[in-house]
Design a protein around this ligand. Structure first.
Ligand code: GSH
Length: 203
């Protein structure tokens, strides 16, 4: 089994944090995005979409999509439960993970990819106006998340889950996208700091 990883990129980081929380160690191979290693014929054969992460099983089966890889390991090693326990908790985790992906991780990614000079060769064409259109949506959404977090430690309830991982990675990704978290979002800042202090955050 081998995980194709890219150290600086947010989606592979979601998978690495998940594995660290489960204390699962895997052989990893770095794919350097800036050196465009993911466009090589060798990697394109692994993932024709030329994206990371990608997990290759011993029989050659390839699993891509960071959350699909996380789900695979959740099924292999259910503890600690990171997708929730039971119908309601599972639904809440799925709801928050999707909300955080759709309304935070993807918009922040649009801002980064459409403004950062290093992404020019990978985001063709770069559309700065699309980055601008996403900025107010991000602020609106993190305001909602801030209000939700009042009175609960984690985004889907009392337990740390994969939704918190998506939250942490998205909020950290705001920095290279040159987006600031407003100071008045106290609950969001407390959540962010707590998640960043977990040992898995440095995975
Ligand atoms: N939805 C995919 C997204 C994968 C993805 O876009 N990965 C980025 C790194 S965060 C990538 O490989 N980018 C290469 C490129 O844009 O050329 C997932 O969750 O794994």
């Amino acid at each position: 089994m081998k995980l194709y990883d890219s150290k600086a990129a947010p989606n592979p980081r979601r998978t690495r944090i998940f594995l660290a929380e489960k204390r699962i160690e895997l052989p990893m191979e770095q794919v350097d995005i800036m050196a465009k290693q993911h466009y090589t014929p060798e990697y394109t054969q692994v993932n024709p979409l030329q994206r990371m992460p990608a997990l290759v099983l011993d029989d050659g089966t390839v699993i891509t999509e960071s959350i699909a890889i996380c789900r695979y390991f959740e099924a292999l090693q259910p503890e600690p439960a990171l997708f929730g326990r039971g119908a309601l908790e599972g639904a809440r985790v799925e709801m928050w993970n999707r909300r955080l992906e759709l309304h935070l991780l993807f918009p922040v990614s649009h801002v980064f990819r459409n403004t950062h000079p290093a992404m020019k060769a990978m985001e063709v064409p770069q559309v700065p106006a699309w980055a601008e259109a996403n900025k107010p949506r991000i602020l609106d959404f993190i305001g909602i998340v801030d209000r939700e977090l009042e009175g609960r430690p984690f985004i889907s309830g009392d337990h740390f889950t994969v939704a918190d991982i998506t939250g942490l990675v998205s909020l950290d990704f705001m920095k290279p996208a040159k987006l600031a978290i407003p100071d008045e979002l106290k609950h969001l800042k407390r959540w962010h700091a707590d998640l960043a202090a977990r040992p898995s955050a440095s995975a």
